[in-house]
Design a protein around this ligand. Structure first.
Ligand code: PLP
Length: 394
């Protein structure tokens, strides 16, 4: 008999988005003609930057000509894109060798696949509420999950707890779902904790491009000593609208060595075994993101999303509602007014404002009483939603 991985049976069903769908469908059936303002969207809505589209077209033309045609690409990424990504880090003072940069088809893939280079059954620390894929990938791997709850008191970005040890910790800044960011001091404390505990930090920087405060690190490698204890996973999904196009990157420093084994060499071996590289066409599109013009264009799109954040934050400020996020992240994590539960606030916003968001309790127990709004919706709908929230509680 085949011995399948029974850890899959330990995975919890996610009722969150199914329940949201059911409640909104029922509401629309009972209120025909009502239009909902959807602020729960976790996907980008603006198209790819023109400079990316141009590069994609040019790459398609390359593939049409024998002289410029590309077959299999290197499993670890095209040299031109590894160089462009290393150049992007260099602008922030982080020096990377090109062989430390691995091109991926998105952050989700690598956040789970990276567990391949650790033994099964390791201790993994998750800071709750957390992006659900961290937990599920670790459950599938049969790992022991330790939770550290974040809260309003620490701004949903906790300091490390010296009494906790783990092999791996996932840190996400800017955070999904809370929009919280880790200050330089907090990240330095986490790097010191990891070095002390001999743990590896998997730093999820998927939303780094949304950071607008200069003091907030975009990369864990802005912290001294991080190269010996951290892997960084990033994505062009939200920063450059690549959710449906797919491209990301992972940094595994050469300094990262455990038990005499280089994690960089292990990851090279893993990629060469489990992937056959990312499409040439997509990598050319991704390369365009890192040009000066590409950066200008993707930040114009981010500025449009940020204007949505401004409208929501202004409404919450007027209502005296506590929140974090928004300023440096595409998520706003607010405290339900009047001691309501997350689902009570969901129902109230749906029925009284026709606004749909995401209950915080869906991201773990310590999200109870909180609620996530995103800034990826249309400007008109977001402004209208903000005005209705302000009218209700302002
Ligand atoms: N990490 C976080 C925190 C996310 O919120 C997401 C997507 O929503 C991802 C990673 C996955 O991004 P990708 O589209 O690159 O797989």
């Amino acid at each position: 008999m085949s011995r399948v991985n029974l850890h899959y049976l330990e995975l919890k069903d996610s009722y969150l988005f199914r329940t949201i769908d059911r409640k909104t469908t029922e509401y629309l059936q009972e209120h025909p003609g009502q239009r909902l303002l959807r602020l729960g969207i976790g996907d980008v809505t603006l198209p790819l930057a023109p400079v990316v589209i141009e590069a994609l077209h040019e790459a398609v033309r390359d593939q049409a000509d024998k002289a410029s045609f590309h077959g299999y690409m290197p499993e670890v990424g095209a040299p031109f894109l590894r160089k462009a990504i290393a150049g992007y880090y260099a602008k922030r003072g982080v020096q990377l060798q090109e062989q430390e940069v691995f091109v991926s088809s998105g952050a989700s893939d690598d956040l789970g696949d990276l567990l391949d280079i650790f033994q099964r059954g390791i201790d993994t620390l998750l800071i709750e509420p957390a992006y659900p894929a961290y937990r599920d990938a670790n459950v599938m791997a049969g790992n022991n999950i330790i939770s550290l709850d974040s809260s309003e008191r620490d701004g949903f970005a906790p300091w490390p707890d010296a009494s906790i040890s783990a092999d791996v910790v996932y840190l996400c800044s800017p955070n999904n779902p809370t929009g919280a960011v880790y200050s330089r001091d907090k990240l330095a404390a986490w790097v010191a904790w990891a070095r002390e505990k001999d743990a590896i930090i998997i730093f999820d920087a998927a939303y780094e491009a949304f950071i607008q405060d200069d003091a907030i690190p975009h990369s864990i490698y802005e912290i001294e000593g991080a190269k010996s204890c951290a892997i960084e996973v990033c994505s062009l999904s939200k920063t450059a609208g690549f959710t449906g196009t797919r491209c990301g990157y992972t940094i595994v420093p050469l300094e990262l060595v455990r038990n005499g084994a280089s994690l960089n060499a292990m990851w090279v071996r893993n990629r060469c075994t489990k992937t056959n590289g990312i499409s040439y066409i997509l990598q050319r599109g991704a390369e365009a993101v890192f040009t000066d013009e590409g950066q200008k264009q993707v930040h114009e799109a981010i500025a449009l999303y940020k204007a949505n954040a401004g409208a929501i934050m202004e409404a919450l400020d007027a209502c005296g509602i506590w929140y974090c996020g928004g300023r440096n992240a595409p998520y706003i994590w607010l405290k339900a007014p009047g001691g309501m539960s997350s689902w009570e606030l969901f129902d109230t916003l749906l029925e009284r404002c026709q606004v749909v968001g995401t209950p915080g309790s869906g991201f773990g127990d310590c999200g109870e009483g909180f609620f996530r709004l995103t800034i990826f919706g249309s400007p008109a709908d977001t402004r209208e939603a903000a005005a209705r929230i302000k009218a209700l509680w302002g």
